[in-house]
Design a binder for this molecule. Structure first.
Ligand SMILES: Cc1cc2nc3c(=O)[nH]c(=O)nc-3n(C[C@H](O)[C@H](O)[C@H](O)COP(=O)(O)O)c2cc1C
Length: 366
């Protein structure tokens, strides 16, 4: 596992002690109002040695941007004290900790529940949503871009090492990039180039904020989903994405992070070492992680981090044979410090599909 243990220096000079990234996971251990909760604190604290680069779950930059219940928010200063304690816990073993910042646009289901309103690039009648969305004005769009900047300032004030801009999984940045959800004919839509503008303006705002308020080695990453297919139409395909990746690579942010193990070779070629590439092996073993480094400069792990909080620590100590790859007992389930609502979410047959093996042991926990 020599390669996984090598450190890496990012564009801004930040040094990550190894090639392992804990993927962002909404862990549902925070309070209904978005304040960091005790269960999330324990979940992330227990994972301070999972990876060299640790990323929180999606954290809303605007009041109207919340998709999931009981996740963390960062849209007001009152969230900073809780986040500062979280940063301290995540960083206590010398690994880097980032906040994933996002706005869910049309998919802000929790914002709808709390405030009765949801905003989106276009007023599309989405069949999967039980409410109508309100089309953003040009001013409203710039306000959300500024929210990404204001959130970044709070991440800096809380003492984290960086931000990951969440441009994946059909949240607002992806909604602007997709022809399925963006029907605009202004600066923000109409052509592929214009559908990239929201993503690029968010990156620019975050960069400007970092330049003004953070140390030089504050990390800026960007996550995207490789393509978006619908039953009868294509939101965007990998060729569109490769053009976006080319533009983002030119901004010289510190990394680009994808969401699946598809297209690794093409993406690596387009990035061409302009920024670091975080590949997603979609597996839970150290061997798959190491293999993923043929494409990525780093590899990110979600389910592996749920099952084995000491993933990077064990690899560093040469104990890769001891890395757990499934949950094998009720006792082990209890030791993993999963917030209860996340366990319930993963146990729900209509919920997430990336379910860790052995999840049924959580059924026996009280
Ligand atoms: C419980 C859970 C919550 C997740 N929440 C997020 C999230 O907030 N943001 C994000 O970008 N991805 C999220 N993901 C996706 C993971 O980061 C990852 O891309 C995906 O699970 C595939 O990786 P894996 O095969 O290692 O699990 C989540 C995954 C899980 C299992």
């Amino acid at each position: 596992m020599n390669k996984l243990n090598q450190s890496i220096t990012l564009n801004n000079g930040a040094v990550i002690p190894n090639r392992i990234v804990m993927a962002p996971m909404t862990s549902k251990g925070s309070l209904w109002d978005g304040t960091v909760g005790k269960e999330d604190m324990e979940f992330f604290s227990r994972r301070s040695e999972t990876a060299g680069l640790l990323i929180t779950g999606a954290t809303a930059v605007s009041k109207l941007g919340e998709n999931f219940s009981y996740q963390m928010s960062i849209y007001e200063d009152r969230f900073i004290p809780g986040l500062a304690k979280l940063a301290e816990q995540m960083k206590r073993h010398g690994n880097k900790a980032l906040v994933q910042i996002y706005h869910s646009g049309a998919n802000s289901k929790v914002a709808y529940e709390k405030h009765g309103m949801v905003v989106a690039p276009s007023a599309v009648d989405f069949p999967h949503l039980p409410y109508e969305v309100t089309e953003l004005t040009n001013e409203g769009i710039w306000e959300i871009i500024k929210d990404f900047g204001r959130a970044t300032k709070r991440v800096i004030d809380a003492g984290f090492d960086g931000v990951e801009i969440h441009g994946a999984y059909k949240h607002i940045i992806q909604q602007f990039f997709s022809t399925y959800s963006n029907k605009r004919n202004d600066y923000w839509g109409g052509t592929l180039e214009k559908r990239m503008n929201f993503a690029l303006e968010v990156i620019n705002e975050v960069k400007e904020t970092v330049k003004k308020h953070a140390k030089k080695d504050f990390i800026i990453g960007y996550r995207l989903t490789e393509d978006e297919m619908h039953k009868d139409s294509v939101g965007y395909d990998i060729h569109d994405t490769l053009q976006l990746i080319d533009k983002i690579s030119d901004t010289k942010i510190d990394y680009i992070h994808v969401t699946s193990n598809r297209f690794g070779k093409q993406i690596k070629e387009v990035i061409n070492n302009r920024t670091a590439f975080i590949f997603v092996p979609q597996d839970v073993t150290p061997y798959a992680a190491e293999e993923g480094l043929q494409y990525g400069d780093m590899v990110s792990l979600a389910r592996a981090a749920l099952i084995e909080p000491d993933f990077a620590k064990k690899i560093k100590e040469g104990k890769e044979a001891e890395v757990a790859t499934k949950i094998t007992s009720t006792e082990m389930a209890r030791s993993l410090h999963w917030p209860i609502k996340m366990a319930e979410w993963l146990l729900d047959p209509n919920g997430r599909n990336a379910v860790p093996e052995g999840i049924e042991y959580f059924k026996n926990l009280d």
